[in-house]
Design a protein around this ligand. Structure first.
Ligand code: UD1
Length: 419
């Protein structure tokens, strides 16, 4: 298994290119299943989850070409299977995004039920209930969700809880339904808007994406399209945290500062200097002087749960005590005990982590437990005194493109090795 060896204590300095957003690329790739035309994607991040989604599309019968890195051409004209098997779903929950498109286009879809995962239960009941409102008949057969329908029928769907991939699944399914679907209490993440933009390019009629009410007028058929994936806001935020924690200075290019409002506002308040010279660039620097500041994770536009772990690493350095409240997922504090191995003082009380900041971190052997937890350990290792070994970096490979190369290019001492 791959590990990272990090020698910390050196400020990061230089320029970093932000990659395309994994969480936007995944639903957009699934949307290619809605059409027999070719959909061309640009700015895809080359990360494990995208490779898994590509494999899923190929297993289903899609033609996939990769004319250059970051570009894929997907043609779903010869779909032969309608099933996302357990091997893929267990390594990537987002495989469930195949459910809506397959069901809407072929009247049948099977997706292995995702099991519990490291960051809590994460059920898909809301996806299923909402598809039932559109007329799907859903059963569970030997651990597999089996969904069937004639042509789906547009309807009013109210999500009792906001769900990102649930909203995306329904947007895709409703695009080919008969009549109008209105999704209420929909997720408002930038990735939802990106998917809507792609669907509309394919011929769908989606309005309101980015607000909590999305209206989809179903059409009979969708066609091919070309689409450039938005920049990854969580990768951007992770580099903001890395610069701030190491007392460095970074220029982050090809990003979307407008997708990071809450993160930037909180970091500024905590004493990080962040400037936005233009629409697609952020400059960040910090020279100590970090102040403790509480955060509460919330759905967009609130503080993202996917930045909670990296922010916790930042708060270990800040003067004072901060309270981090995790509202989206249960059991998403596994990085806290690993950060504690590096000298952090963190106490968990239910869904709150109390971080006593101000101490210096020292290198240690730590273990990544999920994607964002591993990012927080890398960021902490870059700032800690001495050597940190991060085990199980396959978690970080799921969602961060060339993380060690990018960090090395700005002075981070990090190398990958295998034992
Ligand atoms: C997406 C993101 C993930 C991010 C999360 C929250 C992708 C591929 N992943 O995950 O990185 O951390 O949003 O911003 O975009 N829930 C249910 N029933 C359901 C669906 C969700 O109870 O059917 C609960 C979940 O357990 C969780 C909450 O709703 O507590 C939000 O989950 P959701 O927004 O669905 O997360 P994902 O779409 O899986």
């Amino acid at each position: 298994m791959d590990k990272f060896r990090i020698v910390g204590g050196r400020p990061l300095e230089g320029r970093v290119q932000i990659s395309g957003a994994k969480n936007s690329a995944l639903p957009c790739l699934a949307a290619a299943l809605l059409s027999s035309g070719t959909v061309t994607f640009h700015n895809l991040p080359y990360v494990r989850d995208i490779i898994t989604m590509r494999r899923l599309l190929e297993d289903l019968g899609c033609g996939v070409l990769m004319p250059e890195q970051a570009t894929l051409k997907v043609t779903a004209s010869n779909i032969e299977f309608f099933e996302a098997p357990y091997e893929l779903v267990k390594s990537m929950r987002a495989s469930v995004l195949a459910l809506g498109p397959l069901l809407a286009r072929f009247g049948e879809a099977r997706v292995s039920l995702p099991g519990g995962c490291a960051i809590g239960q994460r059920p898909v009941d809301l996806h299923l209930r909402a598809l039932e409102v559109l007329g799907a008949v859903i059963s569970l057969e030997n651990g597999t969700i089996v969904a069937r329908a004639g042509r789906l029928k547009g309807a009013n769907v109210f999500f009792p809880k906001i769900t990102v991939t649930g909203t995306e699944n329904l947007m895709m399914a409703a695009s080919l339904a008969e009549g109008v679907t209105v999704l209420d209490n929909a997720a408002r993440e930038p990735e939802i808007e990106d998917l809507a933009e792609l669907l509309n390019k394919m011929g769908a009629r989606v309005t309101g994406a980015g607000t909590s009410t999305i209206r989809i007028e179903g059409v009979e058929k969708l066609g091919g399209a070309g689409h450039t994936i938005i920049p990854d806001r969580i990768e951007t935020g992770t580099f903001l945290a890395a610069a701030a924690l190491t007392g460095g200075e970074l220029e982050l290019c090809n990003c979307r500062p407008d997708h990071l409002g809450s993160v930037i506002a909180h970091m500024r308040q905590a004493g990080v200097h962040i400037e936005q010279p233009n629409q697609f660039t952020l400059n960040v620097h910090a020279n100590g002087g970090l102040k403790a500041l509480d955060i509460v994770t919330q759905e967009y536009p609130g503080f993202p749960t996917d930045m909670q772990a990296q922010y916790m690493a930042l708060m270990t350095r800040a003067e004072g005590t901060s309270v981090i409240t995790e509202n989206i997922f249960e059991n998403r504090f596994m990085h806290a005990s690993e950060l504690a191995r590096m000298g952090a003082r963190i106490h968990i009380q239910g869904k709150q982590a109390i971080v006593e900041g101000g101490g210096r971190m020292t290198g240690a052997k730590v273990q990544a437990s999920d994607l964002r937890a591993s990012a927080s350990l890398v960021v902490a290792g870059l700032a800690a005194d001495g050597e940190t070994i991060v085990d199980r970096v396959y978690h970080i490979d799921r969602g961060y493109e060339k993380i060690e190369e990018k960090l090395r290019s700005v002075g981070g001492q990090i190398e990958r090795f295998r034992e």
